[in-house]
Design a protein around this ligand. Sequence first.
Ligand code: NAI
Ligand code: MG
Length: 503
Amino acid sequence: MATAKKPVRKKTTAGKNTLRVSLQTGWTYDPAPESKSVARIDKRYELFINGKWEAPLSKKYFDTINPATEEKLSEVAEAGVADVDKAVTAAGQAYEKTWKKMPARERAKYIFRIARMIQEKARELAVIETLDGGKPIRESRDFDVPTAANHFFYYAGWADKLEYAFPNRKTEPLGVAGQIIPWNFPLLMAAWKIAPALATGNTVVLKPAETTPLTALKLAEIIREADLPPGVVNIITGAGATGASLVQHPGVSKIAFTGSTEIGKLIQQSTAGTSKKLTLELGGKAANIIFEDAPLDQAVEGVINGIFFNQGHVCCAGSRLYVQESVAKEVIRKLKDRMASLIVGDPLDKNTDIGAINSRQQLDTIRKYISIGKKEGAEFYESDCRLPGKGFFCKPTLFSQVAQSSRIAQEEIFGPVLAILTFRTDDEVIEKANNTPYGLSAGVWTDKGSKIFNMTKRIRAGVIWANTFNKFDPSSPFGGFKESGYGREGGLHGLLPYVKLIS
Ligand code: NAI
Ligand code: MG
């Protein structure tokens, strides 16, 4: 077996964060940074309310930075209670006066137009997503932005076909939807939230996460250019307090939240006893299960993608690996070999596999869990790569010999940290996989179709991938069991949270 060579830092003209990494093979890659020149980022952003950019009544602003360099990108308005009220009022008026009266086929045209404009501006959106959030440009370019456009296309198609989505039933929209999204897929989550709400005739107040507001604000520009009637979509920035005022506003009929289980529970408490409809998409601790008859190289690639994709900032990340005892040694060796070849560094570089951790706070959380894993006695391994001097970065890490009861096997880490456990029988792995408060996703790797069906029937998770991982499609519903939340987004199922079935 070849041993991994130490990555070497060479002088480049492409920026301080650019690394050239010698792989096991001895190959090196020249830096291939995507140009920042397409990204038009204003120095300051106001709130997008009633089709206009409005300075916040709170008079407050906060910075958003590039987590790969710690440099300020822009400052954005912090919506206070009065600003939230203004946005909800605008959405309420737009609902009553225009959007709910508009023929569905006309609504569809607007949604379709937004999708087309996302495609037209795809390159700029991808670069801004990478700058603001730290994810590799390859992912924002090839996954986030195209999938966001696809969600708008998909739901544009449903707008005038709701009678087929709910046969023999009559539907009505709910009114104003308050939507709160996280920082791991900023534009994509905005699309997941806005597209079905508009297709079903609701209006929207959306709050992006405080560390990644920029692509939602670019989406506001698109919505304005698409000539959507004012007030149909309002985008307000701010942190937890802004989100909480949106949740509590009496003019909101529906809350859709994606984020931590902790905040999801708070939101559940604050909407209890009201008529607000609620969907929650929360944390996860997905089990990726490799049986001895699986194609191991393919499985290893799937595990790598499952946990290191987007720095592990994925609620459905395959953060627990269950590998059948007979192949455990071989799988762990293959995983370590593959980890040694992963390139960590400048997110704008097209060679980069693992970009920047989204914030210092999240990096601290990940580091805390790495030290918990070491203290719990699991065997620790991290890839032998050098991290850039600035910014928030974390080496791809794995723990083997992990106990089922250990915290790194039970709690969501939300970083590039894999916990490996072993099993002997199907029943044992099902019990272990289900032994968590979460139930968002899982993966099964085996040559046998019957085993796949046995697993998918008995594992309590909303999405289970077979011989693949982290695959998404707008037509496919996504959502959790247990503390991973409730309600489904995507597909036909994703329409239901936004309608009343009235007959
Ligand atoms: P968070 O749940 O605090 O943030 C998510 C969104 O909720 C943000 O827009 C935030 O401003 C908003 N928010 C915060 N407090 C709120 C409140 N009281 N009422 C209404 N909205 C509120 O998540 P955070 O702190 O960024 O990350 C903490 C952990 O949560 C992560 O380490 C990860 O484990 C998990 N997480 C899970 C996500 C998922 O996709 N399921 C996404 C982001 C984080
Ligand atoms: Mg940022």
